[in-house]
Design a protein around this ligand. Structure first.
Ligand code: ADP
Ligand code: MG
Length: 688
């Protein structure tokens, strides 16, 4: 249970004086539903007010304090338009005070005609005129002293004023308790950090207080790492089943190539884990095309050799079917039984798969999330592999191993190379293997960037490519949050290309029915479809080595990691591959420009991942939509970079010394876990 001391912070914002439904709505838009959210909604800047005697064009852009006398009200033609109050300074110069969505009666009362007031706000020039939109303070002349010369500026949403926000923050701060200290004393002294409560106050008082911000960032990172270390410690305590395969199945594999040194090393690391009773929790990182599937197959076969079942989870239906096809082909002739299970499998075939899993006649199951549904019971599940899956977070990993009486070994394979800091924050509880070598003979993919109006020339190039037996992907832009327009874009492109290439063009998008999608993918795999028009459904994993050209339309709309993934669809065979990034028809932002330039320059997924993190500040590298988990709201990427190692070491040390978090510092650390809502790990303490 949450420590009582935190209860005031986890009350709804409506518990605060003056916060009703009308205010909780705009607050909700900013994700501020509880007092603690207000506390962590830190100011981003500071206004500095300058007191001036008269209005001057040259002061436009500054926040001023000035004595003004209202002389006239001008309400707009439409009742919903802004209310303007004309006012003059001592020298008789005019300014408009503008209120949007205001109530005329209220404005008249605030600014009676002929009565001078002290007014503060940001002076703006509007054509030849000066105006102040929503003055932030209107005071009587004798109240000059009550106006601070400097004030914090908060991120706002419609319906919230800076003044309101500052007031809310102040109320939240009043509720902030003095918390026990969880930071290691010598670290705190060395950094010169204040106590938690002081630090929160300081961060609200002055957004430039780096030291206060660093302490708060550290707290958040520390809580995250502590949770991961608790997960790690608890899974170390668990007893699973040692898997010692004798190699009899793996020896029979007939591969058209030799494993790379890196694949062999990673397989050895995995075998070392499998041989232990402590269940494996290992992350395999390897750039696109580094051959992770083969590592997975070896691991699965090791489990089967030892009499266990292995399950492999893929993030999409397409990928599940592809893995099933690849792996079935590779083990053809071996005395094992591979099955597939996805949300689409129903009726008899599903029944017989469930039966086979329960009676042990199925050795390897490949599928989507359906493989973990309640109804699915395994006879002897010894190994779970999660492939190319961003959204399989620590909570799910925990659940997977916690549910079983004899927890299975777990191998997670990532689609994207992950920067070191993100590996620590997202997978800190896991051991890590890196496939840092590409299969021999791979030629780098040549990447070029083209303007939108070059599309006709691109289509001509595509025609030449296809006439020589080549295959290609044509990726259509992802319109955020809007699958319908994605589909429309893809369908329009499909129609245009079909006019030229006829039946040799195929289309896949997320809204298509499963079997239709399969049919198209199959035809592409077999080479009947030469040009596959697709949305990002092909982003991960799809492997058609003969496709050596990928065209990505409006490439600037994609994140770097995503572009790298998409580009990874080509360059899989021996031949030379090309990637054409087509710019949108609109001017590009600096960041978009930088992204495309980097793509042209580098094929190195790890470098791209680090850059991506720098350019976008995190999230998207691992898919922002999974936010929440290891989404930091206080710590920015630089702070994470600077503090992650210390926080990880500190958390690990604490868990080593006081695994039950029973001591004084341990108790304080529990408070930190709850404060940052990383408390699902606390239950592990009790059961463990
Ligand atoms: P990813 O790491 O992106 O999942 P895949 O496992 O799909 O990569 O492998 C990419 C391609 O490389 C596949 O066509 C696979 O058959 C091939 N491949 C894998 N390992 C080797 C190897 N050691 N030598 C040559 N080709 C390999
Ligand atoms: Mg793969």
């Amino acid at each position: 249970m949450r420590p009582e001391i935190l209860n005031p912070l986890f009350a709804e914002t409506e518990a605060l004086k003056g916060v009703g439904v009308s205010l909780s709505k705009p607050l909700g838009k900013l994700g501020l539903t509880r007092v603690v959210d207000l506390l962590f909604h830190l100011p981003t800047g500071m206004v500095e007010r300058v007191a001036v005697d008269g209005l001057k064009m040259s002061d436009a852009g500054r926040t001023i304090i000035i004595e003004l006398t209202p002389v006239d009200y001008k309400s707009g033609r439409s009742p919903r338009g802004p209310i303007r109050v004309h006012a003059v300074d001592k020298g008789g110069d005019y300014v408009s005070l503008v209120y949007f969505g205001g109530n005329a009666g209220w404005v008249r009362k605030l600014l009676p005609l002929g009565e001078p007031r002290l007014i503060s706000g940001k002076l703006e020039s509007y054509g030849q005129e000066l105006q102040i939109v929503h003055p932030d303070h209107v005071l009587a002349l004798n109240e000059a002293d009550s106006l601070p010369a400097r004030e914090a500026v908060y991120p706002l949403s419609e319906g919230l004023t800076g003044k309101r926000m500052r007031h809310l923050a102040a109320m939240a701060l009043e509720r902030a308790p003095i918390l026990p200290e969880w930071i290691e004393p010598s670290l705190k002294a060395q950094r010169g950090w204040a106590d938690w409560r002081e630090a929160v106050e300081a961060a609200h008082a002055d957004p430039r207080d780096e030291r206060a911000r660093a302490r708060l960032a550290y707290d958040e990172i520390f809580a995250n790492q502590l949770a991961l270390m608790l997960v790690r410690a608890s899974s170390r305590r668990r007893r699973g089943q040692a898997i010692a395969g004798d190699g009899r199945l793996r020896d029979q594999l007939k591969l058209p190539y030799a494993l790379t040194g890196a694949q062999q090393r990673v397989i050895r690391e995995i075998e070392g884990d499998l041989a232990q009773q402590v269940p494996m929790t290992r992350l395999v990182q390897g750039d696109v095309g580094s051959g992770k599937t083969m590592v997975a197959l070896h691991t699965l076969l090791a489990a089967v050799e030892a009499g266990f079942q292995g399950a492999m989870l893929a993030p999409t239906e397409i990928l599940a079917r592809q893995h099933f096809a690849t792996i079935s082909a590779q083990v053809a002739g071996l005395p094992i039984n591979v099955a597939i299970l996805t949300g689409r499998d129903k009726g008899k075939s599903r029944e017989s798969t469930l039966m086979g899993l329960a009676n042990g006649s199925i050795d390897i199951l490949i599928g989507t999330h359906a493989i973990f549904q309640e109804a699915v019971a395994y006879k002897a599940l010894g190994l779970v592999i999660v492939d190319e899956q961003h959204r399989f977070g620590v909570a799910q990993r925990m659940m997977l191993q916690a549910k079983a009486e004899k927890p299975p070994h777990l191998l997670v394979m990532t689609a994207t190379p992950i920067p070191r800091t993100l590996t620590l924050t997202h997978y800190g509880e896991m051991d890590v293997s890196r496939i840092d070598e590409m299969p021999p003979g791979r030629q780098p993919i040549r990447t070029s960037v083209m303007a939108h109006d070059r599309i006709p020339a691109v289509v001509d190039g595509l025609a030449r490519h296809v006439s020589h037996g080549g295959q290609a992907y044509w990726v259509c832009p992802l319109v955020e949050e809007n699958e319908t327009s994605d589909r429309a874009a893809a369908e329009a492109r499909f129609a245009a290309l079909k006019a030229r290439f006829g039946d040799r063009v195929g289309l896949v998008h997320g809204r298509m029915k499963g079997p239709d999608k399969d049919a198209v993918m199959d035809r592409f795999q077999r080479g009947e479809v030469a040009v596959l028009v697709a949305t990002t459904v092909i982003e991960v994993g799809v492997d058609v080595p003969n496709a050596t050209l990928i065209i990505i339309e409006e490439a600037d709309r994609f994140g770097l990691a995503q572009l790298h993934q998409l580009r990874g669809r080509v360059g899989r065979g021996g031949g030379e591959s090309n990637c054409l990034l087509i710019r949108s028809d609109a001017p590009l932002s600096e960041t978009a420009r930088a992204r495309l330039a980097l793509m042209r320059e580098s094929n190195d997924g790890f470098r791209i991942a680090e850059e991506d993190l720098r350019l976008r500040g995190g999230g998207e590298v691992l898919g922002t939509r999974q936010s929440g988990e290891a989404g930091f709201r206080l710590a920015n990427p630089e702070q994470v970079n600077a503090l992650i190692q210390t926080a990880t070491d500190d958390a690990r040390l604490l868990v080593d010394r006081d695994g039950g978090l029973a001591g004084e510092r341990g108790q304080a650390a529990r408070v930190a876990l709850y404060l940052f809502e990383r408390d699902s790990a606390v239950s592990l303490l009790r059961s463990g």
